[in-house]
Write a protein that binds this ligand. Structure first.
Ligand code: NAD
Length: 258
C-alpha cells in the first residue's frame, strides 16, 4: 500500500480521488481549507507552509504520491493564488518526501480552461514565480468586474500546465525518478460548477465555449480514475503532460495542433 497526499479532499474531484485511493487500500492524507487530515489555506504563503508541514508530520517524511488538486474558479485574485502558487508550493514543498519513495509520482489538476483566452502578462508573472506581481495584475483585473475577472481562471491553469511541462523533465523531477503531470478535465459535476449547470441558460453558455462531444459532463469519479493512475506505480513514463479528460473539448478547440 502507498501513502498519498490529496489537496482539495473535502469536495468534488479531490474527495472522489481520496475515496478511490482508500478503497484500493492506500493511505490518504487529505488537505483542505474546510476540513481534512490537514486543514490549511493554500492561498497564502503561511497556509502553504502549514499544509506542507502538516502532511510531512502525518506521513513521517515519506510520500509515494501527491495529487495537487485544490482549486478555485472565482473571478478573483485568490483563484491565481490557490490554483498556481498554492499548487506549485505544495508540489515543491512535498518533493523531498517523494524522493524517499521507491516509486514516487506527482500530478496537478489543471483544466480545459487552459485552452481559453488568457492574460499573457499574468501567465508570465506566474511562471516567473513573482507572486506579488501576479496578484497585483490579478487584483486589477478583478476590480474591472466579473467579465475581466473571468480571464483569471484560464490564466492560472495555463500557467500551471506550462509550469508542469517546464519542471517535469528537470533533475528535480525526472532526474529523481518522479513523473510529474497534470490532468485537464472538461466540465465536472461538482459544487464548483453546480450553480452554472443547474440552469439551461448556464448550460447553453458553457456549450458555446466548452464543446464536449463525448459522453457530456463528467462525474468526479471519472477524473479520479485518471488521477489515481497517474500517481500509481503503473505510470512509469508519462512526463510533463497535461492529459485532457474532457469528452473531446481539446480536440475540437485545437484540431490538428498536436
Ligand atoms: P470543488 O469546489 O468541489 O472542490 C475544490 C476543493 O478545493 C474544495 O474542497 C475547496 O475547499 C478546496 N480549496 C479551495 N480553495 C482552497 C484553499 N485556499 N486551500 C485549500 N483548499 C482549497 O471543485 P472541483 O470541481 O472538485 O475542483 C477540483 C479541481 O478541479 C480544481 O483545481 C478545479 O479548478 C479543477 N477543475 C474542475 C472542473 C469542474 O468542472 N468542476 C473542470 C476543470 C478543472
Amino acid at each position: 500500500s502507498r501513502t498519498y497526499a490529496v489537496t482539495g479532499s473535502a469536495s468534488g474531484i479531490g474527495q472522489a480521488t481520496a475515496a478511490l485511493l482508500r478503497r484500493r487500500g492506500h493511505r490518504v492524507i487529505g488537505v483542505d481549507v474546510r476540513s481534512g487530515d490537514v486543514v490549511a489555506d493554500l492561498s497564502t504563503p503561511h497556509g502553504r507552509e502549514e499544509a506542507v508541514e502538516g502532511v510531512l508530520d502525518e506521513a513521517g517524511g515519506r510520500l509515494d504520491g501527491v495529487v495537487a488538486n485544490a482549486g478555485l474558479a472565482l473571478p478573483t485574485a485568490a483563484t491565481v493564488a490557490v490554483n498556481h502558487f498554492g499548487t506549485v508550493a505544495l508540489l515543491e514543498g512535498l518533493r523531498p518526501a517523494l524522493v524517499c519513495s521507491r516509486a514516487p509520482r506527482a500530478v496537478a489538476t489543471s483544466s480545459m480552461a487552459t485552452l481559453l483566452p488568457v492574460h499573457a502578462p499574468l501567465v508570465d508573472a506566474c511562471l516567473a514565480g513573482d507572486e506579488d506581481l501576479a496578484l497585483a495584475i490579478a487584483v486589477e483585473l478583478e476590480a474591472r468586474g466579473p467579465e475581466a475577472g473571468a480571464v483569471l481562471y484560464p490564466s492560472s491553469k495555463r500557467a500551471l500546465s506550462r509550469w508542469v511541462r517546464r519542471e517535469a523533465p528537470t533533475p528535480r523531477w525526472a532526474g529523481c525518478g518522479i513523473p510529474l503531470n497534470a490532468v485537464a478535465p472538461g466540465i465536472v459535476r461538482t459544487p464548483m460548477v453546480a450553480d452554472l449547470i443547474a440552469t439551461e441558460q448556464g448550460r447553453d453558455a458553457l456549450a458555446g465555449v466548452v464543446p464536449m462531444p463525448l459522453h457530456g459532463y463528467l462525474e468526479a469519479e471519472q477524473v479520479a480514475a485518471l488521477l489515481a493512475w497517474l500517481v500509481s506505480e503503473e505510470n512509469t513514463h508519462v512526463c510533463g503532460q497535461t492529459v485532457y479528460v474532457d469528452g473531446g473539448c481539446d480536440v475540437v478547440l485545437r484540431g490538428d495542433d498536436v
